[in-house]
Design a binder for this molecule. Sequence first.
Ligand SMILES: [Fe+2]
Ligand SMILES: [Fe+2]
Length: 143
Amino acid sequence: MKSMASKKLLELLNMGIARELQVSIQYMWQHVQWSGVKGFAVQGELKQIAIAEMKHAEAIAERLFYLEAIPTTKPEPIFVCKTLKQMILQDIKDEEGAIKLYKLTIETARKEKDQTTEILFMNILKDEEEHHDTFTTLLEDLE
Ligand SMILES: [Fe+2]
Ligand SMILES: [Fe+2]
């Protein structure tokens, strides 16, 4: 039997997908466009994280589809930025937004006794906290 997810929870999952699509493209284009000396170490990180975000989008979409809703194909606005510092500052902001959204999603799933969604987002949240940590460290290295 499928769980009866609320409209609110389904919307939160689609908001998550839109964010994941945004950052996977954003980080991918940042790592493609950045070629400075300082950016050399950053490129590899951005590439890895872009792939992780794509996997998040896929995992959330699979869960949403199982809950009988249609995953969005529209990313949130993408900000590639010009300088490495601008990029990292933007990425820190986006990770903070993801952390906030996924904490709310976890809370909502818990209230609805949807443990699968709760566990999925707890795992994703752990990744986002690591991304936030990585970008924060990169920013410190730039200063
Ligand atoms: Fe993500
Ligand atoms: Fe992330």
